[in-house]
Design a protein around this ligand. Structure first.
Ligand code: ADP
Ligand code: MG
Length: 233
């Protein structure tokens, strides 16, 4: 068995182009991410980070190559839908909360259709909000929360189903530095605290430096893939 076959998520020579091949966002990218890894994805604007993340979550499909989950290629849209329901969650720069629902209701939405009773849904949503430090804010509307709190609600919504993989695209990009730090500490703690795998796009070098593994992209290529020396850390 090779390393890719043991990986939680792997890219096997993945390319993605747009506009009939005029724009190439990803070029022949191969990489493997193991369970429990904490990975930063860096690179300047337009280098292909969001494209890679979207392919990792099955929001987009490759033009060539394969994306594998636990060693098996994922192809069908319904397989991706099932993975996003059970195993993969995504946090975006913009929090995408529904403005007319409370924090608790926004998190509960992620559990709808999962066969839980209303009470179990509420309990699990409340537990997820407590985990991100928002136990006292469950009844607030997004407009009544700070940016950092809104992002923490979005993280609670992502965590409530206990995904194996959390994908985050510039999760601190819209936050002031104090809120960014709270959110960063929360996300970076997840692999250690719960064994969750984190793949996080960031253009903040200080944030990337706190991840044990850093993948850097340029012009659709992975140009470096560094692991922190754990002995030295
Ligand atoms: N839907 C699309 N149609 C055309 N070009 C796209 C599309 N999505 C991304 N691109 C292009 O692909 C490249 C990589 O984009 P993206 O992954 O969003 O970069 P990053 O997240 O690193 O800023 C850019 O040149 C971008 O303009
Ligand atoms: Mg992007």
């Amino acid at each position: 068995m090779n390393a890719d076959a043991r990986a939680l998520l792997a890219f096997d020579r993945v390319s993605r182009s747009f506009d009939g091949g005029h724009v190439t966002a990803l070029r022949d990218v191969s990489l493997a991410i193991g369970a429990g890894e904490c990975v930063a994805l860096t690179g300047r604007s337009g280098s292909g980070k969001t494209c890679l993340l979207n392919l990792a979550g099955g929001i987009d499909v490759p033009s060539a190559g394969r994306v594998l989950w636990q060693g098996r290629p994922v192809v069908a849209r319904r397989e991706w839908t099932a993975l996003r329901r059970n195993d993969i969650a995504i946090v975006f720069q913009e929090f995408n909360l529904l403005p007319t629902l409370t924090a608790l209701q926004n998190v509960e939405l992620a559990l709808m259709g999962g066969g839980l009773s209303g009470r179990a849904q509420r309990d699990q949503a409340a537990t997820a909000l407590a985990r991100v430090g928002l136990a006292a804010r469950t009844g607030h509307l997004p407009a009544e929360l700070s940016g950092g709190e809104r992002q923490r609600v979005a993280i609670a919504r992502a965590l409530v189903r206990r995904p194996a993989l959390l994908l985050a695209d510039e999760p601190t990009g819209s936050l002031d530095s104090a809120n960014a730090e709270t959110v960063a500490a929360l996300l970076l703690g997840l692999p250690q605290d719960s064994g969750m795998t984190l793949l996080m796009v960031t253009h903040d070098p200080a944030l990337a430096a706190r991840c044990p593994r850093r993948i850097r992209m340029h012009d659709g290529n992975v140009v470096s893939d560094e692991r922190q020396d754990r002995e030295a850390a």
